[in-house]
Design a protein around this ligand. Sequence first.
Ligand code: HAS
Ligand code: CU
Length: 567
Amino acid sequence: MTAITSTTAVPAAPVARPATYALSATEKRLVGLNVLVAVLALFIGSLFGPLQALEHARVDLYPLLQPLLKSYYQGLTLHGVLNALVWTTFFITGFFTLTIPFALRRPLAAPKLNWAGFIVQTLGLLTAAVPILLNQASVLYTFYPPLQAHFTFYVGLTLVVVGSWIQGYGFYITFYRWRKDNPGVRSPLMALGSVITMVLWQIATLGVAVEILTQLLPWSLGLLKGVDPQLNRTYFWFTGHPLVYFWLLPAYVSWYTMLPKQVDGKLFSDALARFAFWLFLFLSVPLGFHHQYVDPGVPPMWKYIHAILTYAVAFPSMLTAFTVIASLEVGGRARGGKGLFGWIPALPWRTPSVNHQLLAGILFFLGGIGGIVNASYNVNLVVHNTAWVPGHFHLTVASAVTLSFMGIAYWMVPHITGRTLWAPKLAVIQGWVWFVGMLIFATAQHRVGLLGAPRRTPLGQAPYVPASWQPWTFLTAIGGVILFVGVILFVVIILVTVLRKPAHPSQVPAIPEAEALQDPQLTPAWLDRWAPWLVATVALILIAYGPQLIYQIANMSNTSPGFNNIW
Ligand code: HAS
Ligand code: CU
């Protein structure tokens, strides 16, 4: 590939951009605390992973944990809530506390707001943790009614969401002030991608906010005798689908705006990257019915519409695959890679952060293909509610996202603590352990799912398991144990890094920031304007969700009592 050079005159930016920005002590502390909670959640949540995987292979360790852990479902709730919801949300708010001030070269405009958000988020986490630990909220991370949790679980979740909104407001104000001070200048992509992700989250979480405040919370307090499970599923997936892009986009921020620099390359196209982020904002919300293809209360026409939109939202990920791989190629060639594929081994695979993100991308190819299979209205009937689905989401949220976040942590934690990374070679091995464990685990889950094994079921206790499932449940257990080793290694490496003596500032890793091949000032202005994208986003949500929401709310049937403590 030849580098693209442009002869077009670059419109000068009115204000020169400072060469770099050093995070303030407050910002570093905020990043650190968010990431600390995230890593703790990952660690505790992951303790339950191998338990479930081993249970599938009839190795039942649950009795050993009595009376702390009452049931398979309590463990699965802890695993899902801590790993899928808490590890991700806190890591993301921490990461953006770094990317936004750094990319804008200015401090957070309202740090008190960010602190307040973090505190509310953490109080929420503690409030929700208590009922889960007491087996009063074994409702899994989707908390579908009629499973009913203690009201403190819903209050806690609400606070986590509200806390993340407040941290988001701190980011918006910072971004808005920068825009005001820099008219005509393209927003730095790193900051734009981060803020788009938070806005996407803000819109998406309106679904669970309405669900909890109007149904689940009053119901768990006894103010409502029953709820409408169908309506609640619709509210939940309004949030639940875009949630997966809230997890993914921070990884994309790193893949587009940091990783190219880490491999000595350049971002192939600033414009394509921006376009992908806007498309995610536009398309992420109005397709939640692809989680409800089998729900009797949603008419087929709306399922078809959401199926089409689901195929549409795969497009910005395909764009990302193209742009990021082209950027990596620029780096691999700059490092001496020759021939069609010679640039791949020339990439710095021995740098833990790079290694992890490349492995994350490779696993995401497989997870993405699985997603496209799920999206098909009729093929979904074969895989829905089978072990195939956990196979899919371990390749996405537990690989594309989690491996990328681990890779980011390997430079970010040293950066904010002023240390150097402990045992970088072990860190590279840790990434490969995760990769191999995940390939085994996900292959086994996909295969046993295709054979009909249900998800969210203690298969080890099930009397109906046919012999054909057993090789795959066995491999699930092997993969799960290897993944557990991967988590432990990650936590140990981060912990020892933090406990090391401070390093000389010249040895502390800098924040990677990639340049684009073409000056971002040449990126078309419509890719840097909020109003048209926000209007289009709201309009599409109204079209694709409005009629069904109105219908389901108008025909609400609050008849279902709560089921609790039935395990
Ligand atoms: Fe999904 C279910 C459809 C992406 C997470 N998904 C789930 C659930 C979760 C989840 C958690 O349509 C289960 C929810 C539950 O508990 O019930 N998903 C999709 C589609 C995509 C997709 C079409 N999912 C994700 C992502 C997730 C995630 C991302 C988390 C982060 N998913 C579904 C459907 C269901 C579903 C149905 C319901 C199933 C059911 O029946 O219950 C797409 O967005 C995927 C597009 C992705 C690609 C891949 C592009 C490849 C890239 C890699 C580049 C490589 C690099 C490395 C950079 C087209 C970008 C290069 C390396 C070198 C060495 C060169
Ligand atoms: Cu989805």
